[in-house]
Design a protein around this ligand. Sequence first.
Ligand SMILES: Nc1ncnc2c1ncn2[C@@H]1O[C@H](COP(=O)(O)OP(=O)(O)OC[C@H]2O[C@@H]([n+]3cccc(C(=O)O)c3)[C@H](O)[C@@H]2O)[C@@H](O)[C@H]1O
Ligand SMILES: Nc1ncnc2c1ncn2[C@@H]1O[C@H](COP(=O)(O)OP(=O)(O)OP(=O)(O)O)[C@@H](O)[C@H]1O
Ligand SMILES: [Mg+2]
Length: 278
Amino acid sequence: MFDQSAIIETLDVQKAFDAEEEAARRIEFLKHYLVRSGLKHYVLGISGGIDSLAAGMLAQRAVLELRTLEYHAEFVALRLPYGRQADEADAQAALAVIGPDQLHTINIQPATDAMMETVADTGVLQNGAPQHFIAGNVKARQRMIAQYAIAGALGGLVIGTDHAAEALMGFYTKFGDGAADILPLAGLNKRRVRAIARHLGAPENLIVKVPTADLETNKPLLPDEDVYGVTYDEIDDFLEGKNIAPASKERIAEAYRKTAHKRALPVTMTSIRPSDRN
Ligand SMILES: Nc1ncnc2c1ncn2[C@@H]1O[C@H](COP(=O)(O)OP(=O)(O)OC[C@H]2O[C@@H]([n+]3cccc(C(=O)O)c3)[C@H](O)[C@@H]2O)[C@@H](O)[C@H]1O
Ligand SMILES: Nc1ncnc2c1ncn2[C@@H]1O[C@H](COP(=O)(O)OP(=O)(O)OP(=O)(O)O)[C@@H](O)[C@H]1O
Ligand SMILES: [Mg+2]
């Protein structure tokens, strides 16, 4: 059954929202968990989009505050382009605002292309397989590999940028950008992510920028909303418990149902409900 209130509760979207309070609460969370882990680095890819800008700003604030408490933590920003990306200038502007302690660039193109060529050798990409879409998920997973390699080398935690709007739609690559150690934006819809970034002083052009996964080489900067068939405003309204157009609600219901497996641990004989066992 598709129950709006139950989904809002599951995705932990709060009724009340105050950007200043939420930013502070999430910075505290990042500080607390890093100290508790005993590690000293947060690692995150900065794309040029608003989610990684907001998460990066929260993380950099968190480590700066920890350093005033004599806990020598650092935020490590990663640029992870596939070759040269169309909105590189936005990524550079985001980095300028965040001011990360460390910045490293890893071009994911050679690893992605090598993997796709080897997969193509099996023959499975013939007969109309959506090659650019499949390669897009490989890109997201190469970014995950790069972030975990850096986190492993430095002794750090990987930050993920998943939030309630993306979680609702299951709009991320399973074990790609969906893989992370900590999610400081969890429970926020998109407009609340933007509000937190605005509160922290992000530039307005990046705050209102059209969200894009930018994964398919043949469709650079493809807006997420074109894929969803619903707008972020509708998704955000839904997550705030408001009524939206029935057709939009239907699309959301379908996406939520189809992507249930992404919000759960891998299925086992005991985790699956008896009614789903066929
Ligand atoms: N019922 C089920 N139970 C358990 N597992 C199931 C399953 N159905 C599929 N699966 C598994 O899941 C796989 C499909 O999931 P997945 O590999 O994620 O692939 P998929 O969901 O098909 O594609 C990912 C989508 O997320 C978007 N995305 C990705 C990355 C970043 C962003 C962004 O906003 O930045 C957006 C991307 O544009 C695309 O539309 C299948 O190949 C299969 O292995
Ligand atoms: N080119 C890239 N370089 C570095 N990290 C990237 C890149 N593309 C994606 N990522 C990582 O994957 C995450 C998921 O991408 P996603 O598009 O959902 O977020 P975003 O780009 O930060 O914001 P928006 O959704 O508004 O485009 C990003 O937040 C970022 O951490
Ligand atoms: Mg993006």
